[in-house]
Design a protein around this ligand. Structure first.
Ligand code: AMP
Length: 424
């Protein structure tokens, strides 16, 4: 017996789970189409230099890094944004703006494996490059909302923050960028005490502490509280105004559940403006997140270009759907097996299977040469909906026996009417 197993943190996806993954990815794709995003398929392996350029210490330390046989330092992508930034500064440099690109696929991080946290996981990723307008941030939130809505996910809510508010306060009090990154990293992990310890200025520490404590019932209240706190910080007030503009657009164009948490930070270093994550009440882990990163394209050698984007964690969305029991109902297609009773009818039976497939029915054919009883037993085990049994006598009359495997009923119908029977 083989003792081979998958690499730690990596999984095989099978049966219903694999189907749910494909379903979720299909919905991400449809969302991209609805919002006019074009697909970009980029390599899984990229130069280490590119991937570590701006992703932040947190992710840099968790990359799968290796030397290829040509001695190049490369790594498995831990996210899509670096690859998209590469495209935006090279091949797509002269494309009209905004560039709207989406990708789906696996990404790799050496995280500690647990439920909802893997070393190989799937994301659907959307990047909108070239607009600094609040409507661009709005678009990213609206498309995430639409995506989760079409999956029939219940009770999800957006947590929203603004890196511009935190950075403006730290900047004005003279804290250098490296320390700022260290502070944000700790805030991302909710290690607020540790974060505050890195600040020398008493005033700045106090302001940040107050920011951490702000919790409002509705977002307008929260923004009023932030404005009051930031009365000495011009740039922070501008950032709050930006947040207000986006949230006004979002909430006036759709039904959405959101809270503003001004001390909320995210692991990736490149964010400059609004950031968000999405949660459902049943799970503590974020289903997706994103934000504005206005300096990234420049850091990759492009012209200064504003950008905003998001990534959805497909593995976690699948868990969320399973938790809410919506995964199974998501895909409702009938599955059929065609079973020829004798050798003589095999060709005709295969033709019938082909014609059902041509009409969009998921149709299997009995491939093991089993007798009808065994073939039906197998169809039951694999949870198929209908067996279509082709016999010589029925075929002469242009009919077939169709057995409803769930209701355990069988009838004889004209071959031409099989499709109607299956679809109703
Ligand atoms: P990020 O690229 O860090 O902004 O993450 C975007 C989304 O990817 C998160 O909100 C999660 O849903 C998902 N994600 C991040 N890390 C993991 C992981 N180790 N395993 C599964 N999903 C993850």
């Amino acid at each position: 017996m083989s003792a081979f197993q998958t690499v730690r943190g990596m999984r095989d996806l099978l049966n219903e789970e694999a189907k749910t993954f494909t379903h979720v990815i299909t919905k991400a794709r449809e969302t991209a189409l609805l919002f006019g995003f074009k697909e970009a398929i980029t390599p899984h392996v990229e130069p280490l230099e590119l991937l570590s350029a701006k992703s932040g210490e947190e992710i840099r330390q968790r990359m799968f890094i290796f030397k290829d046989l040509g001695g190049r330092q490369v790594a498995l992508r831990p996210e899509f944004t670096a690859s998209i930034a590469r495209l935006a500064t090279t091949n797509l440099k002269t494309e009209p703006k905004p560039l709207k690109l989406f990708s789906t696929g696996t990404v790799y991080r050496y995280d500690e494996p647990q439920r909802g946290r893997y070393r190989e996981f799937w994301q659907s990723n959307f990047e909108l490059i070239g607009s600094n307008k609040p409507e661009a941030d709005t678009e990213i939130i609206l498309l995430t909302n639409k995506f989760l809505q079409t999956l029939h996910l219940q009770g999800y809510a957006f947590k929203i923050g603004h890196i511009g508010i935190i950075r403006s306060i730290l900047n004005q009090d003279g804290i250098d960028e490296k320390t700022q990154n260290a502070i944000l990293q700790r805030m991302d992990k909710k290690e607020y005490e540790e974060a505050l310890k890195l600040i020398n200025s008493e005033k700045c520490r106090h302001t940040l502490q107050c920011l951490i404590n702000i919790k409002g019932k509705n977002w307008q209240d929260t923004l009023t509280q932030i404005n009051a706190l930031a009365s000495d910080y011009e740039k922070a007030k501008e950032a709050t105004k930006n947040l207000s503009e986006v949230l006004t657009l979002v909430t006036s164009s759709t039904e959405i559940s959101l809270t503003v948490e001004p001390a909320f930070a995210r692991g990736l270093e490149y964010y400059t403006g609004l950031i968000f994550e999405v949660y459902i009440p049943q799970l503590e882990i974020a289903l997706g997140g994103g934000g504005r990163y206005d300096r990234l394209i420049e850091a990759f050698g492009g012209e200064p270009t504003p950008a905003v984007g998001c990534a959805h964690g497909i593995d976690r969305i699948v868990i969320a759907l399973q938790t809410q029991n919506t995964a199974a109902t998501a895909i409702d297609e009938k599955k059929v097996v065609v079973i020829p009773i004798t050798e003589a009818v095999k060709t005709e039976a295969l033709k019938i299977a082909q014609s059902l497939r041509d009409q969009g029915v998921s149709t299997e054919f009995e491939l093991m040469g089993r007798k009808m009883g065994k073939a039906l037993e197998d169809a039951d085990k694999r949870n198929l909906d209908y067996a279509i049994i082709i016999g010589e006598r029925e075929l002469e009359e242009n009919t077939a026996v169709i057995k409803d495997l769930k209701k355990r009923e069988q009838t004889t119908v004209a071959i031409a009417n099989l499709i109607e029977k299956i679809k109703n």
